[in-house]
Ligand binder design. Structure first.
Ligand code: COI
Length: 372
């Protein structure tokens, strides 16, 4: 069937898949979705041409892209992405958590990589169009969700590297998601990387730019070789200030009980401004846990854990939500945070955040955007 719906001034040409998964196939996938391996029946594509702007918005069957081998994105990594989730609420409706923040961040990333802005209404309209047609893919099991991956690639053909591309393709694909880490909320062990840096001042660290992730894999492999689950990045100048963990932001908990407070590394321009990070900075004080941005050196981390002043550490991101950090390893040795198990502040924040996302806790900050 071909039809057309208009969203934010641009008409979406709707081409429905003739090869949709059957309800039974879908149910089997949704039973154990893993993360990012199975995709829904459709995808959104919108093209951009300099001088014309965004055009040719489509919902079409999920399928491989046909790209000229000289396409700019394949050579010079002009590619950015976002990640957000659609949740099935108890009343059966479908909602996303702060999609406007993802829309804004996509454009911040776009500017850093010399790509065009995508109007926020088009970002939200793309998600609405995909969710309307792939609604049955939003899991009903608490803890599971539909991970949405909006992304933009440069599509000019040619190997010249003097100018950014003049044509782009924006897409949204979707994948049912369970737990990101195989161990669920089991604490991870991290490796403090002194050999590699993720981002330097003036670089691309604050953008959700594909190249940042490509550059992280060697360090992540090294972390695994050292017996760890994840790499922790230090600053590029002094190699001692803690920045991020893999693709996630970090929080440190000091004190306990009514004295507990949390701190996350400040956004220096080399860290990714995570949506979950931002949300926790607002949500924690609402639960009576003061929150601040600051900086922490690797020595302070080690000493804080040894003295007991630093009681918990966790990482946060859209994909893995909140993941406790239990052990830390580096060339200088290793240490444990608290008793190495998930701490009470970590778990309380996780419960509240997930509750709001899944619609079982009040949306006190107006973060929920209902789609259907
Ligand atoms: C997220 O937590 O959303 C991330 O950025 C990880 C993702 C690259 C899989």
């Amino acid at each position: 069937m071909n039809s057309s719906t208009t969203t934010s001034g641009l008409a979406f040409d709707i081409q429905l898949s003739q090869a949709r998964k059957t309800p039974q196939q879908r149910a089997e996938i949704l039973e154990n979705p893993g993360f990012g391996t199975v995709f829904t029946d459709h995808m959104v594509t919108i093209r951009y041409t300099e001088g014309t702007g965004w055009h040719d918005a489509r919902l079409e069957p999920y399928a491989p892209l046909q790209l000229d081998p000289a396409t700019a994105a394949l050579h010079y990594a002009q590619e950015i992405f976002e990640g957000l989730k659609a949740y099935r609420h108890p009343d059966g409706s479908i909602a996303c958590f702060r999609p406007d923040v993802n829309a804004t961040r996509l454009n911040t990333s776009a500017r850093r990589i010399a790509m065009p802005d995508l109007p926020e209404e088009l970002f939200i309209g793309s998600i609405a169009t995909l969710l309307e047609h792939d609604a049955d893919w939003v899991p009903t099991t608490p803890g599971n969700s539909l991970y949405l991956r909006p992304f933009m690639i440069a599509t000019d053909v040619g190997l010249g590297v003097n100018n950014p591309s003049r044509t782009y393709l924006f897409l949204v694909i979707a994948s049912p998601a369970g737990s990101y880490f195989k161990g669920g909320v089991a604490p991870v062990t991290v490796w403090l990387s002194e050999d590699y840096t993720r981002a330097a001042p003036g670089g691309t660290g604050a953008a959700k730019f594909a190249g940042n992730y490509a550059a992280s894999f060697a360090a992540q492999s090294q972390a695994v070789e050292k017996g760890c689950d994840q790499v922790v990045w230090l600053d590029a100048v002094e190699h001692r200030w803690v920045e991020e963990m893999g693709g996630m932001n970090l929080f440190f908990v000091f004190g306990s009980g009514p004295e507990a407070r949390i701190m996350t590394p400040e956004l220096t321009g080399t860290l990714l401004p995570g949506v979950t990070r931002d949300s926790l900075l607002k949500l924690a004080p609402e639960l009576g846990v003061p929150a601040s941005e600051g900086r922490l050196s690797t020595d302070q981390w080690r000493e804080g854990a040894a003295s007991g002043e630093l009681t918990e550490v966790f990482a946060c991101g859209t994909a893995a939500v909140i993941t406790p950090v239990g052990h830390v390893k580096s060339e200088q040795g290793e240490f444990t945070i608290g008793d190495g198990t998930p701490g009470p502040v970590t778990m309380r924040l996780r419960e509240e955040l997930v509750g709001r996302q899944e619609g079982t806790r009040a949306d006190s900050d107006g973060w929920i955007h209902r789609f259907a």
